[in-house]
Design a protein around this ligand. Sequence first.
Ligand SMILES: Cc1ncc(COP(=O)(O)O)c(C=O)c1O
Length: 403
Amino acid sequence: MTSGRHFLQIPGPTNVPERVLRAMDRPIPDHRGPEMPSLVAEIRAGLRSVFKSEQGEPVVFPGSGTGAWEASLVNTLSPGDRVLSFENGHFARLYAEAARQLGMQVDDVKLRWGDAVTQSDVEANLKPEHRAVLIVHNETSTGVTTDVGAVRRGIDRTGRDPLLLVDVVSSLGSMDFRMAEWRVDVALTGTQKGLMLPPGGAILCVGPRALEAAEKNRAPRYFYDWRPVIRDMQQGFFPYTPATLLLFGLREALRMLLEEGLDDVFARHRRLAQATREAVRAWGMSLLASDPARASNSLTAVVVEEIDSTAVVKVAAERLNLALGVGLGQLRGRVFRIGHLGSLNELEVLATLAGTELALLYSGQPIELGVGVAAAQRFFAGIKADAKLAAAETRGATPERVG
Ligand SMILES: Cc1ncc(COP(=O)(O)O)c(C=O)c1O
């Protein structure tokens, strides 16, 4: 199927809006030229708004989320430093692995993949020797969001003061994240998810304590040393050749998020996620998230019992031009993931759910076509799905509205 639109509904990279594509469609500028200072100043201000940190220093590297992990670690920590992490999914596991490979001593608390990290997990495991706590705000492999405010309360309750490093790769620009309020020392992401850009950029926001730690840190680092980048970005430039077209896209994407209003962006994601969860329930399938209150608003991981979930993803790609996310790590074959983040609206979610139903049917999963789509439509229309109401609907009565 080659005509029509490709449905890229993996949990990142996400669809790049026309406005962003147009902003990047330009001749390559001189990265030491006169256009740069105003571009970089607007990006710095926009990133501070999106990270919700007036004091944080935004840092942009060519790279990806993985590079941003490395930057967060090599600047603030030295080989031999002890750090605390919580393995509640594939990306939390890999962030800890990055720290281990860089020589840190990692105390990795194993949780069920599908759980959030809780305040009591932090209180029970944080020791005086821990120099940093690593948290993944939204675990993209499981569709579970950790309450970073609760993590902060857990740290405070112990009276200790480690650095708090938070991966916001699949939450920033989609879900509420409050760097200053939660006293996060480093927050890090890639360009390809809630920021609605192509892959290729690693972005961090660095708080005052992390800046100070990086100054004192004697450990070797070069490309990912954020000090020259911060210094040059403050003047509107970079110490290396930046991904200039991506920067023009980033400025436009930040404008779009701020024009829509962050609260409205988060409400839209909440609504699209809730509709998706209604569909999953109507299919008689379950979320991987153990606690529905912690189910992610940027993606949904659906458990597949009868068949290998990879088959659902494969048939969706081959027969429907619909890209869904596979199960990662120990979840391979057990879940598939529906991305509902970035530049996305209700009709696109309904089409994605309709395609997912067909993919489930084609791959042999017992499913009644249309039930998930109808459940999501009812949710969007504000119609309660109880039997009394269904009867009223068929009689043509005005359906009861829910808030
Ligand atoms: C939560 C999270 N952290 C880190 C990464 C790694 O980022 P990248 O693939 O851009 O290197 C991803 C990728 O999907 C992610 O979802």
